[in-house]
Design a protein around this ligand. Structure first.
Ligand code: ADP
Length: 463
């Protein structure tokens, strides 16, 4: 599913950006080609203006002058006098591709465009010169013979009744070759850009989908584990209810007791699952108030004291010598954390063991219980520490990495009834919602030490 989504997002993201890039480059190419044509035509017009200005100043058109213009600008010049071709044309007709120039097509295009005479805007009148007038017009045309585009200029020189014509042709072949090369370059750049965009999109969408994939996998695991945990009490309930049908009154009482016990287990598990589901959906209700943490610890101590005594365990409470400041937290949630930790300590400490609940207050950054600098050292150094230590079975280093994961239970505590492996993950979520930290380490005398650190101090209390 995620692989398909990854591919789809890559195609969507890479495709849309590539299309936009290619469209923009085409637009740029179109604008640049148009301006190339415009500039070339303007340059051609300027050249013709210069040529006509020279013609105005001179009485004689020399072959050298014509040849120089042709060679300098890549033009082809064709001259007629009263419709009769000049000798110059005959001299040039054997050279290069001179004969291939579409003179007649140029004249026909001129007639089509201007009918008889060029537009008055392009007229250049000569006065006080041998010539009575010079008129010229520039225009593009496509030759049907050579399939080439040309810029053409027709210069009419009137001298009394006599009319000389000069046709100047410029082939756009070179410009077309230049434009073709530019298009190829753009195509290569576009292909490279599209490949880069698709590669980038693949990594980018992969990174975007990663948390979704992880959440999906976590949810699948959660559902699988929850179904597994629910199946046991449910099968016991079903089996007990079936047995009830044929059982005596006395036996039925026992079965009802089992059903109630398993029902309570399921209720407890569903409550835990709901709490975690709320943290997943960011709907974890935290109602912060100024709370006296020493009072919370004292209450927890009192609740667990008799339970510990019944299990032949000793429970000790250590509070700071001076009354600590109030902590801005959710009293019910912190009580829940305390009861998870104390309940675990109680469950995993054999008879005769010892459990201690300690509250510490660090007004400034200092070395804390597990010898790590407090996590709030820079902006808000003050912090509270709630430590629950026991002399129980302890937790191996390998298990320490996973005990805050949902439904995780260490191998040696799998048999402990009523434990689903959700307590510590709930505690972790609650502490995280308070911007705090929960950690575990070994108790030097055997057993485990759980440390909950909650931020304190003026800045935190102002949040
Ligand atoms: P559970 O409900 O199974 O105790 P938790 O999430 O509270 O679930 O704890 C996860 C696992 O961490 C437990 O199954 C147990 O293996 C281990 N654990 C937790 N607290 C202690 C402790 N005080 N001593 C030893 N092992 C513990």
């Amino acid at each position: 599913m995620f692989h398909r989504a990854h591919l789809l997002f890559t195609l969507l993201c890479g495709g849309s950006t590539a299309i936009i890039t290619i469209l923009m480059s085409f637009l740029y190419l179109h604008v640049s080609e148009n301006s190339l044509y415009e500039n070339q035509f303007r340059a051609f017009q300027n050249d013709i203006n210069t040529i006509t200005a020279s013609l105005e100043d001179s009485t004689l058109i020399s072959i050298q002058w014509l040849e120089r213009i042709e060679a300098q600008n890549g033009y082809m010049i064709y001259l007629t006098d009263n419709g009769v071709p000049f000798l110059y044309n005959n001299l040039r007709s054997g050279i290069d591709s001179y004969g291939q120039y579409p003179i007649q097509e140029s004249l026909a295009a001129y007639s089509d465009m201007f009918e008889v005479s060029p537009s008055p805007d392009n007229d250049t009148q000569m006065t006080g010169s041998t010539y009575s007038g010079i008129r010229h017009a520039e225009y593009p045309f496509i030759s049907s013979e050579t399939k080439e585009t040309y810029y053409s200029s027709l210069i009419n020189i009137e001298r009394g009744q006599a009319v000389s014509q000069i046709v100047i042709l410029y082939s756009l072949q070179t410009l077309h070759a230049q434009i073709f090369r530019q298009r190829i370059r753009f195509l290569i750049i576009d292909c490279a850009a599209a490949a880069l965009l698709f590669t980038f999109s693949w990594f980018f969408t992969g990174r975007l989908l990663k948390p979704l994939k992880e959440t999906h996998e976590a949810q699948t695991q959660f559902i699988a584990a929850a179904s597994h945990e629910l199946r046991t009490p449910l099968s016991v309930i079903l089996a007990s209810s079936e047995c009830c049908e044929s059982a005596s009154k006395e036996e039925q009482k026992g079965f009802f007791l089992t059903i109630r016990k398993e029902g309570k287990r399921m209720h407890h598990l569903i409550n835990d699952m709901l709490t975690l589901a709320h943290t997943n959906a960011n709907r974890f209700p935290i109602e912060r108030k100024d709370v006296q943490l020493d009072t919370l610890c004292l209450n927890a101590y009192e609740s667990f004291e008799s339970l510990c005594r019944s299990k032949h365990l000793s429970l000790h409470l250590t509070l700071p010598d001076e009354v600590p400041p109030r902590c801005y937290c959710d009293a019910d949630r912190i009580t829940q954390v305390l009861s998870i930790l104390l309940h675990n300590a109680l469950s995993y400490t054999p008879e005769g063991g010892q459990i201690t609940l300690t509250l510490l207050w660090h007004p400034t950054a200092s070395r804390s219980a597990d010898n790590i600098k407090t996590p709030f050292s820079r902006k808000n150094s003050a912090c509270f520490e709630i430590i629950v230590a026991d002399t129980g079975i302890g937790i191996s280093d390998a298990d320490k990495k996973h005990i805050f994961d949902r439904f995780y239970r260490a191998e040696k505590s799998r048999s402990t009834k009523g434990h689903f492996g959700l307590g510590l993950s709930i505690a972790h979520e609650i502490v995280a919602a308070h911007h705090g930290k929960i950690s575990v380490k070994d108790n030097p005398g055997g057993g485990s030490v759980f440390i909950v650190r909650l931020p304190g101090g003026i800045l935190w209390n102002m949040l």
